[in-house]
Design a binder for this molecule. Structure first.
Ligand code: IMP
Length: 407
């Protein structure tokens, strides 16, 4: 019997999705990315070796797993080439197992140019990867799609029109450097092999696998609170990071997914600007940042740190119809004397906290629930009952083995 699973973040990204997708991929036929782009940074540690994936689905390290990049993803061919080459150097190959939708919108160098100059003025704190401008062009129906790489004449015409438009924006609105159209065309030409090797009708491919009873895993990028519609707008990314994004970003109906694993850290972090009600600015923030190695996997920026916001988490569980909670980085809390969680807000919108005594002992690497200290068990059980969702995975370290499976 096939079991289709969605794994997604319930906070502002960086919840540890890469490790969990990698761990669940063992039993899976294919792993699919359905939104976002190379703004993601999914960290996986296998046999002491750390790999960060930005575009490839996190199942890529399992040689038999099929890798899918769906139409909802905005695709930088430069980033794709760099990532594939890096993985090939590690002995990971993609022949007959990488499927990239012809309907993916491409990120061009001029999208990145616009993203960077604009963010200087608008201060969202984007990753500077061209994500927002690429989605803008998609919605405005002027994007270059991966499938356009198959028609050189048409590609030239479309790229010329689009980059001329970008240059006008750069020059007239921002007095910034413009891009040479011929250079961009030559660069795209050098990536033609990616189209020849990997272009696919992803929707049909997934349908066929489903007909054959194969299990599919969908991997979210960023997190629910960065969703363009349901996040902390305008401090959000430009895609639907919530569960509905799978339907539009791959081409399957909502009932296609059997199990929805929502991932949350045992505390909270955020990179970039925007509201973060439980943010800390004291020594606890420093301890979380240091013990949790809280630096962005894509940009290297320090992450803002704070306590877990259970009101926001409960909303994210509802937004995504989460069936299973996965709590990550529990071990980061090992040396805190007390741990707080937000359980409501006052009339001014300030968080009201409930305090828990810390367990002050090592949980790192523990892989059974029974072996956890009682105080850690109580912390987890409180979270489960507050958000009305059972925890089925608890992560106690970056490696595959440092994981507790509860069901
Ligand atoms: P963009 O996605 O680069 O446009 O950035 C928009 C916002 O989303 C910024 O606050 C980024 O820091 C945040 N963001 C984008 N991707 C990630 C991610 O993978 N992890 C955490 N934050 C992200």
């Amino acid at each position: 019997m096939s079991l289709n699973t969605l794994v997604l973040g319930l906070q502002w990204g960086d919840e540890g999705k890469g490790k969990i997708v990698d761990a669940l991929s063992e039993e899976i036929h294919a792993v699919c990315r359905f939104q976002g782009g190379h703004n993601a940074g999914h960290t996986i540690k296998v046999n002491g070796q750390q790999t960060v994936l930005h575009l490839c689905p996190s199942g890529a390290l399992h040689p038999k797993v099929q890798c899918v990049i769906g139409n909802g993803v905005v695709l930088s061919l430069e980033a794709l080439e760099k990532e594939l080459k890096g993985l090939e150097e590690l002995g990971v190959t993609f022949e007959n197992r990488m499927h990239i939708s012809n309907a993916c919108s491409l990120i061009l160098p001029s999208h990145i140019g616009i993203d960077k100059v604009r963010d200087k003025k608008e201060s969202i704190g984007t990753t500077g990867r061209g994500i927002g401008p690429a989605y803008e062009d998609k919605v405005a129906r002027r994007a270059i799609r991966f499938g356009d790489m198959g028609n050189q004449e048409l590609l030239k015409e479309k790229v010329t029109t689009l980059v001329s438009y970008h240059n006008k924006i750069l020059q007239n609105l921002y007095e910034a450097d413009t891009f040479n159209i011929d250079d961009i065309l030559a660069e795209l030409d050098s990536y033609k092999y990616l189209y020849d090797n990997y272009s696919s009708d992803v929707q049909e491919t997934v349908y066929q696998w489903n007909q054959q009873g194969k299990s599919i895993l969908f991997e979210g990028a960023q997190g629910s609170l960065l969703d363009i519609d349901h996040g902390t707008y305008p401090y959000v990314t430009s895609s639907n990071t919530t569960a509905g994004g799978v339907s539009t970003g791959i081409g399957v109906g909502p009932k296609f997914i059997d199990k929805i694993v929502g991932i949350s850290k045992a505390y909270a972090t955020r990179v970039g600007e925007g509201p973060f009600l439980t943010e800390l600015f004291d020594d606890n923030a420093k301890m979380l940042a240091e013990r949790g190695h809280e630096f962005g996997a894509t940009t290297g920026r320090p992450r803002r740190c704070g306590w877990l916001d259970l009101v926001a988490l409960k909303k994210a569980v509802f937004l995504n119809s989460v069936t299973d909670l996965c709590l990550t980085k529990l071990d980061v809390l090992d040396s805190f004397e007390s741990i707080e969680v937000c359980i409501s807000y006052d009339s001014n919108g300030n968080p009201i906290f409930k305090s828990f005594p810390g367990w002050m002992s090592k949980t790192e690497g523990i892989n059974t629930f029974e072996a956890l200290p009682d105080r850690a068990k109580s912390y987890i059980q409180f979270i489960e009952s507050f958000i009305e969702c059972p925890a089925s995975i608890i992560s106690t370290g970056p490696s595959r083995e440092q994981t507790i499976y509860l069901s």
